[in-house]
Design a protein around this ligand. Structure first.
Ligand code: KG4
Ligand code: ZN
Length: 390
């Protein structure tokens, strides 16, 4: 099965072609084509992602990126894709408010035959709604043009499956033992998900305010680091650890560490960093120390709550996902702690390039739902939902 995956929930336009062999979860995957355009440089100037700008950038690039991916996968033959008047009208109506995208898509369809694709997987949420709509409408338009079913994908389910991409290369997903626990840590989410089985998700903990990635980004900003701050802050922290720089703030709070439930809170820690800096001028060492003090505290809370969830639900497998799972210190601490406290518990970490937003994870999550993928008519009812929950 050839899956075209589309992800536009935030500031990356990500398209891929993944070939799936077998039925989920006894399946193998091969990436045949993959392209990702990051808008980070465009948004960095403003210190965050602007939804309308993100939408415009997705619309400007999505057709060309899809063409590039299909070419890489060797699925493009000079065309055209022959469209009936009804198909043409439907596509034009769908993309009514995107004249540039409409023009590019019709040009693309006129240039190439229908490629050998079996399904389109597209992120429908959560994320920035204007950005999500670009991917959703583009998927609907391709579905009409090529008569292909579409699977709507929850971005967070994608983050869960991302860490399982490498597993499938030698064994496959059928080897995963349940109940599993997913720790999802991204720019918009911090959640603990209890999974009795594939596709069965129960949120057992979540942040009550900021997401952990958001806290990384805000503290990084206080330290004068460029957006998105997570990776830069983490680099400083690693340096401080290596050079044993003494603490800048030895009483950094561990918010909700001992709250007895599985919820999180990260806005207080950001505030306490702000107070610690106040109107001081920080030296290079101060910044490193503060980055390390912050990362220590945040990672300690994440690991502590993960352990609590493992104990409470007799977890056999821990999966982590989301941009913050790229964090090396979090990876190391989770690995070490599980090794000593729960040696029988399997830990799945995503490949670093599959930790942050990508479309490979959307293809995997789409494949998990392949049997239920909607036909072209039903797919036209999909809506982007910025607040979609697992
Ligand atoms: O999953 P993701 O790419 O996008 C969302 O769905 O939100 O996550 C982005 C978040 C950002 O907050 C970014 O700063 C954070 O992941 N991040 C990191 C690291 N790499 C990315 N945070 C800490 N350490 C990292 N190495
Ligand atoms: Zn994400």
């Amino acid at each position: 099965m050839n899956i075209l995956a589309i992800e536009t929930s935030c500031d990356e336009t990500a398209i891929s072609l993944v070939r799936a062999t077998g039925e989920f979860p006894v399946a193998h995957y091969e990436i045949q084509g993959n392209a990702i355009f990051s808008q980070i440089d465009i948004h960095a100037e403003y210190g965050g992602v602007f939804p309308t700008m993100a939408k415009r950038e997705h619309a400007a690039r999505i057709t060309q990126l899809s063409q590039q991916v299909l070419k890489e996968a060797e699925l493009l033959e000079s065309g055209p894709t022959v469209l009936t008047d009804t198909q043409t009208q439907k596509i034009a109506a769908l993309l009514d408010r995107e004249p540039q995208l409409t023009e590019r898509l019709f040009e693309f369809l006129a240039a190439y035959e229908r490629p050998d694709i079996d399904m389109i997987a597209v992120t429908t949420g959560p994320g920035l709604e204007p950005a999500l709509w670009v991917g959703v409408n583009f998927a609907k338009a391709l579905a009409i043009a090529w008569n292909i079913p579409v699977a709507p994908v929850n971005h967070m389910e994608g983050h869960i499956l991302a860490s399982l991409y490498d597993v499938v290369e030698d064994e496959h997903l059928a080897a995963v033992r349940f109940p599993a626990l997913a720790l999802l840590v991204s720019g918009g989410h911090t959640e603990l998900i209890h999974m009795p089985d594939w596709g069965d998700y129960h949120k057992i903990g979540q942040t009550r305010d900021d997401a952990v990635g958001e806290a990384f980004d805000k503290v990084a900003r206080l330290l004068g680091l460029p957006y998105p701050g997570g990776p830069a802050l983490s680099k400083l922290a690693a340096k401080a650890r290596k050079e044993s720089v003494p603490a800048y703030k030895s009483d950094m709070p561990r918010p909700m560490r001992d709250s007895g439930d599985l919820d999180f809170s990260f806005s207080g820690i950001k505030t306490s960093v702000r107070y610690a800096i106040a109107d001081k001028t920080l030296s290079g060492d101060d910044k490193q120390a503060l980055a390390r003090d912050f990362e220590d505290a945040v990672v300690e809370v994440l690991v502590h709550k993960t352990l609590a969830a493992i104990n409470k639900h007799q977890i056999q497998t821990v999966i982590i996902g989301g941009g913050v799972s790229a964090n090396q210190y979090l990876r190391d601490q989770l690995q070490q702690t599980l090794h000593t406290e729960h040696p029988d518990c399997e830990l799945y970490l995503p490949r670093v390039d599959l930790s942050t937003d990508n479309s490979i994870m959307i293809a995997l999550a789409g494949h998990a739902k392949a049997a239920k993928a909607s036909n072209v008519a039903a797919a036209q009812l999909f809506r982007a939902d910025g607040n979609l929950s697992l």
